[in-house]
Ligand binder design. Structure first.
Ligand code: G3P
Length: 218
């Protein structure tokens, strides 16, 4: 399973990248807006740090404008991926871009039917929003399982990015459900490796080691 970092913050991307845990990056207009910097500059900088795919989202609503925007963003770097929402216009744009060899990430997916359409349109990646489905009182992980089954049934090429991940359980459950990628907020990464029993175990080992050395030196 690959890990993408779900942020547009350069420092946070560098931290996770230095740990060898960053296989790619996803951004969205909300994440870019938080950085209060020029969109093009941010995406170019992320693409220069990270070797894997970097998703940058279009903000147009009409397919012809999305395609125009996408083609411009695609010039920024070889590893940039165009994020496009699952709408009728978005599907048209994905279909055009996929035929031209431009990688796309179909976003804001909340149902298996939406995912299926994105696969048929030729999306390179599809992004089901796990956490936001949970917020509605349903189980987002069910959607990941359904999408995995559909892709495997028909051998679609699209890769599943489990998005809107908020918890350790979301990461674990996405891995079990067969998501190809989990896009994880930078602040969640430390929670993945931290464990109270690891901390306690380490303290106990080091205390015992000190006692052992004292005994030997008596
Ligand atoms: O990148 C899209 C997605 O991960 C957003 O997450 O937490 O805003 O639902 P969230």
């Amino acid at each position: 399973m690959k890990f993408f970092v779900d942020t547009a913050n350069i420092e946070k991307i560098k931290e996770i990248n230095n740990l060898g845990l960053c296989d790619g990056v996803t951004t969205n207009p909300t994440l870019v807006a938080k950085e209060k910097r020029n969109f093009e500059e941010i995406i170019k900088e992320i693409c220069s740090i990270v070797a894997g795919p970097v998703s940058a989202e279009v903000t147009s609503l009409k397919s012809e404008d999305m395609v125009k925007e996408a083609k411009n963003i695609a010039k920024w770097s070889n590893n940039v991926v165009i994020k496009i929402p699952i709408t009728e216009e978005g599907l048209k744009a994905i279909n055009i871009l996929s035929k031209e060899g431009i990688n796309t990430n179909c976003t804001l997916i909340f149902s298996a039917a939406q995912g299926l359409l994105a696969m048929k349109a030729g999306a390179t990646y599809i992004s089901p929003f796990l956490g936001r489905i949970d917020d509605m009182g349903e189980l987002g992980i069910g959607l990941i399982k359904d999408l995995r089954e559909i892709i495997d049934n028909y051998k679609f090429k699209s890769k599943i990015i489990a998005a809107s991940i908020r918890t350790i359980a979301h990461v674990k459950d996405s891995a079990i459900a067969g998501a190809d990628i989990a896009t994880i907020p930078a602040d969640l990464f430390p929670k993945l490796w931290k464990h109270v029993l690891t901390d306690k175990g380490l303290i106990d080992f080091l205390n015992d080691w000190e006692k052992y050395k004292e005994e030997l030196n008596k």
